[in-house]
Design a binder for this molecule. Structure first.
Ligand code: AMP
Length: 532
């Protein structure tokens, strides 16, 4: 019998990351990092061109050398091309994320004595096409075979569903992490079906920390008479950030805490009570509740009018204010479900499911290589694995023109549609003998099937392609456009010139995911680099 293959799930978080694998008994297990903790700060310190430090040491160093550290990179992945400059070299969010992935993988390799190769990486449910591609690219740069990108709430539901003994339940999952908030309604049982999803990727523990930082700044100036904005000093800001997070965490367990603020040789001691903290952050908590209400409303429109349980995941759900607000609003005791680990554990279970699917569907091999044995997965009360259906959190459309030749967005795949999905629609060319059609693809969060071009339309374009047409087509010649969204949320576009049944296929140009050549170049450049 071949050796048991270890398959991994990585929760690549905004503030902390975590890795899990499935052991020989079918249980997902978190692997501690080399510092002995289950989660690793997603902070990267570029000590030198050859030495990159990730994790707690980087987070501590951020106070002393903030200009050499990168934090919260997940908020920028898929959106910008550069988050740091190493000498003259621009460093992308994908590359920074790959260092975080490498660090958690290296530590797990050391602990388990097995290579980390096949992985599933998680992302928020509302990540769009580019963010997903970029997350996958980060995994490729880290040297992984990325089996899949799975939505964080689906992963959490998978690890929770494994404990349910086969019962069918509708879950409301709130995932409030360090930088993102995901709210999802899922049906869990023999299958895991996402009903609808929402959230905000600019809402997380960091914002609660920021509220404390603002308070500390004001208190410092009240106590010392200092009129400077002390947060403009990078070192002071980093130190305030660390103290604010520490104070916030302490306030989850006790009623008051004291914070020392130091700036330019002057210090102040600031008392902060949980009550005051709750007041300072009340607006953030209202956003959590209002985003949750939006998703509940969407679920009602899809015929799901009640849920059986509320599951809280993500480190920030440890704040008592979250528990209390959810309980008082929805009249049900929420369950704090393995908040730091549930997502990575679910991803590890999914890695086994994916690999099993790959092996089962591979053509019979002539090779003498033994087929790797996979760990068993226990799910519910049997070993029947659930089927997983996700929904897209985004709407995808193309630009079309109306009779007055005024452009609008015609949406093909609507938000909250189950994936994989494929939708085709036929459009007509505008002019006779038109040499080509330009296909501009939009991704956004609207539920409307047709919409006027919004002001920020250009920022919603995720790709554009040109379909060359044969000569002498009349105006109105039919062009069939097909959008295909796979279970990883990645979109492919096909365009077909229906006249005379000739077909033309077009591939979408990605705006920000890296090309193979770019990936190879970064891999080559990083060959000699140590990540510790
Ligand atoms: P995650 O991304 O799920 O690891 O969540 C990380 C966030 O949870 C960070 O903003 C942490 O400061 C926050 N966090 C972790 N533990 C606690 C706690 N006990 N109380 C409040 N916030 C916490």
């Amino acid at each position: 019998m071949s050796e048991l293959l270890k398959l991994f799930g990585i929760d690549l978080g905004t503030t902390y990351s975590c890795i899990a694998y499935v052991d020989e008994t079918g249980r997902p297990v978190i692997v501690n990092n080399s510092e002995g903790t289950p989660t690793t700060p997603s902070v990267v310190y570029f000590e030198s061109a050859q030495n990159i430090v990730v994790g707690q040491v980087a987070k501590d160093t951020a106070e002393i050398e903030p200009q050499k550290t990168v934090q919260f990179v997940k908020r920028q992945i898929g959106k910008v091309k550069e988050v740091y400059k190493l000498g003259e070299k621009p460093i992308s969010p994908e590359e920074v994320s790959s260092h975080i992935l490498k660090k958690v993988a290296q530590d797990a390799e050391k602990e388990l004595g097995a290579p980390v190769k096949d992985v599933v990486i998680t992302c928020p449910a509302y990540f769009g096409d580019e963010e997903r591609n970029s997350t996958k690219d980060a995994g490729i740069l880290a040297g992984f075979n990325v089996l899949a990108i799975i939505n964080e709430p689906t992963a959490a539901a998978l690890s929770y569903g494994a404990t349910l003994g086969g019962a069918e339940k509708v879950l409301l999952v709130l995932d409030l992490g360090g930088g993102t908030f995901d709210v999802t309604i899922l049906k869990v049982g023999k299958s895991i079906e996402t009903v609808c999803t929402g959230g905000d990727y600019n809402l997380g523990g960091k914002d609660w920390d920021d509220s404390i930082i603002r308070y500390l700044k004001d208190e410092f100036s009240n106590q010392t008479g200092c009129t400077d904005d002390i947060t403009e000093n990078l070192e002071t800001l980093q130190s305030l950030r660390a103290s604010a997070e520490k104070a916030k965490i302490q306030l989850s367990g006790k009623e008051t805490t004291t914070i020392t603020v130091q700036h330019d040789g002057t210090r102040a001691r600031v008392e902060l009570s949980r009550e005051k903290f709750n007041t300072l952050t009340a607006n953030l908590l209202s956003q959590v509740i209002s985003l949750t209400d939006d998703v509940i409303r969407q679920a009602q429109e899809k015929g799901i009018s009640k849920f059986d349980e509320i599951i809280l995941v993500g480190g920030s759900c440890r704040m008592p204010q979250v528990m209390e607000a959810v309980k008082s609003k929805y009249g049900m005791d929420p369950k704090l479900q393995d908040p730091d680990a549930a997502v990575a554990k679910g991803a590890a279970l999914y890695a086994v499911m994916k690999k099993k699917g790959e092996i089962d569907s591979a053509p019979p091999s002539e090779s003498k290589e033994p087929i790797p044995s996979l760990p068993p997965i226990r799910y519910g009360n049997g070993d029947q694995l659930p089927t997983i259906t996700d929904v897209t959190s985004k709407t995808f459309g193309v630009e079309a023109v109306d009779k007055q030749k005024k452009p609008f967005i015609s949406n093909l795949i609507m938000r909250d549609t189950s994936i994989p999905t494929e939708v085709s629609r036929t459009y007509g060319t505008v002019d006779p003998n038109q040499p080509s059609v330009s296909i501009k693809i939009y991704e956004h969060a609207s539920y409307d099937s047709e919409m006027a071009l919004p002001k920020d339309a250009e920022s919603l374009v995720i790709g554009q392609t040109e379909l060359t047409l044969p000569p002498n087509l009349p105006a109105g010649a039919p062009i069939k456009i097909t959008f295909k969204l796979n279970e990883n949320g990645i979109l492919e576009i096909f365009a077909l010139d229906l006249t005379g049944n000739r077909s033309v296929t077009a591939t979408i140009e990605r705006k920000s995911s890296l090309t193979k050549a770019q990936l190879d170049e970064i891999k080559e450049r990083n060959k000699g680099i140590m990540v510790t």
